[in-house]
Write a protein that binds this ligand. Sequence first.
Ligand code: HEC
Ligand code: HEC
Ligand code: HEC
Ligand code: HEC
Ligand code: HEC
Ligand code: HEC
Length: 505
Amino acid sequence: MNRSRKLPTTYYNWLTMTGAYVSSVSLMLILLFWAVNLIFDFAPNPYLGIVLFLVLPMILMLGLVLIPIGVIRTNRRIKRGEDTGRPPSLKIDFGKPSHRRAVQVVGFSSVILLFVGTIGGYQVYHYSESVAFCGTTCHEVMKPEHVAYQNSPHARVPCASCHIGGGASWWAKSKISGAYQVYAVLTNKYPTPIPTPIKNLRPAQETCEQCHWPEKYYGAQQKRYNHFKYDEQNTSWPIDLLLKTGGGDERSGQNFGIHWHMNVGNDVEYICRDEQRQEIAWVRVRERKSGRSLVYENTENPLTQEERDTLEVRTMDCMDCHNRPSHIYNSPDKAIDLALSVGRIDATLPNIKSISVEVMDKEYSTEPEAFDSIATGITNFYAVEYPEILASRQSDIEEAIATVQDVFSKNIFPEMKVRWDVYPNNLGHLTSPGCFRCHNENLVATTGQTMHTECTTCHSILSQGSGELAEMASSPEGLEFKHPEDIDEEWQETLCSECHSGIQP
Ligand code: HEC
Ligand code: HEC
Ligand code: HEC
Ligand code: HEC
Ligand code: HEC
Ligand code: HEC
């Protein structure tokens, strides 16, 4: 049989033939893996993705590239008269030892090629998933996330566990959008700050819930919130809360509490008006077991028909409250309270809280500029207001400056324009509306009820204040909240976040 009739003669050269061979073998393997994947449902395993989406396609591409190269080369040789254009003999005769050896060599080298390619690709994959790659390769761009992450409860959880999760298709999706991100970084086209919410973040069921079992939440947990006032004495005002974090599952005997939203038997859906999901205008709750279904609407400013038709209805998941599980940018108020409470800043320095917060809050364009300004700002303050303290307690002041600089570098990133107020934290309600986005008086059900707004729905106060003003609860219902500063009944009528924005209120 004369094979030269089927394809142009220029195709019959070693390079093209090898290319065709390599690409058809890898194509066959890809199809085989797909079939295995479909039959045995390997989806949660990201490692199959490596082979499927990276290694084999790479080899396939290599093979495909070899084909035209061989053709072009042969064409040139024919033109130059070095080649007759007649196909080389490609008959394989297993009777001939030299042919047998050639087949063995080709077969063996293909196996080696695939093997080396697979291992190499696997390494590339592994590196591309590592915290080092995600967090530091694009150093400047990911710095805020990487730094905040290292100071978070998830410092040992790889970026990919939350951002990618298992399964080949998510892996491929992330690499496709990743390729654009690399381009954006190389060409300086990335946005500062990086906008959130991340639209293609994977649903919490497939990330958070792989480690945190939603049925597990029961009981309550006690947490202390250390506050220092903005007065000369930096008066300490700790608040101990019993957070009612239960509600995950009735099998645990307790199905009331904050994680009620995540009870597998309940669905909470909502519509919001803005990108950042802060302005919630419509909420529907459905309890599957009892069949109860209730819609809450913003009565002051109801959704228009057009908004109803166009806005997305989102089902609430972990990320609607825990939107900062790992990249926690503390406000100056909170960060300085933390440093004071553990003694990294000496709380006996007069007005140290207010001046530290003030110097952190200025607009800076680079970190070195901020560091300089923090040092001169604090020094000048004491030089003017308390010259005798500047002279006698120089080392305390220097330590305070170093701590404020360190606290700044972990929470504020001028180069990326990242600060606490760029990414509102939805977990509480002090510096952004958080829980009060839904739990407020404006969202009213057809029955006339509002979503629980009483302070004790979510927590009880076990103790508050210090010194002579300190109060301790004597019953589990806790204390009535006493606002640390006398502002009359203001705290009951106005959202905390309207006065508290992370700096001095
Ligand atoms: C515990 C889960 C988790 C881990 C681990 C994690 N992230 Fe995130 N990340 C999130 C969530 C949740 C968001 C916010 C999504 C939103 O608001 O839409 C986010 C947001 C981001 C953003 C958008 C900007 C911002 O600050 O919100 C970037 C960039 C980012 N992460 C990068 C990383 C990098 C790099 C790592 C590893 C060093 C990492 N993430 C580790 C859960 C995680
Ligand atoms: C790979 C496993 C893993 C994934 C995925 C994961 N977490 Fe965690 N999470 C942990 C570990 C480990 C801790 C620390 C537990 C401890 O310190 O006791 C933790 C702690 C927490 C805490 C407690 C924080 C605190 O202050 O003590 C919260 C809240 C939390 N995770 C929420 C989330 C959310 C929301 C997601 C999804 C965006 C998520 N986690 C994804 C493993 C994970
Ligand atoms: C998207 C809207 C929405 C947000 C945001 C929200 N909730 Fe809720 N919450 C609801 C709805 C709806 C209910 C149930 C109302 C009903 O029973 O009709 C509810 C009920 C509750 C309950 C009572 C649960 C029970 O067992 O009956 C608690 C506690 C609670 N929420 C705490 C919180 C906390 C804490 C936050 C902030 C971290 C928060 N919620 C944020 C919508 C929301
Ligand atoms: C309605 C808001 C809300 C939702 C939705 C929510 N949480 Fe929470 N969660 C809270 C609050 C509030 C706390 C306590 C805050 C604190 O410790 O500062 C908490 C605490 C936690 C903790 C630490 C305490 C504990 O009991 O172990 C973990 C872990 C956690 N949540 C995981 C999750 C996961 C996973 C999901 C999704 C399945 C989820 N949460 C959904 C509000 C929520
Ligand atoms: C819908 C639930 C909910 C309601 C209602 C609620 N809180 Fe809270 N509150 C929270 C959560 C959740 C936190 C914890 C936030 C965190 O851990 O960051 C919190 C934290 C606090 C803190 C400590 C803040 C800090 O960061 O130091 C105070 C004080 C407080 N609440 C007072 C009140 C008062 C007063 C009311 C009534 C007017 C109230 N809360 C109503 C959910 C609620
Ligand atoms: C009308 C404005 C206003 C409202 C509303 C308000 N606060 Fe305040 N808050 C202040 C002022 C002013 C101070 C005093 C700051 C200082 O000089 O120490 C303060 C101080 C505090 C402090 C101690 C110092 C600090 O900043 O850490 C806490 C804690 C606090 N408020 C919690 C709350 C909570 C929780 C709510 C909502 C339930 C709330 N506040 C509502 C104005 C307000």
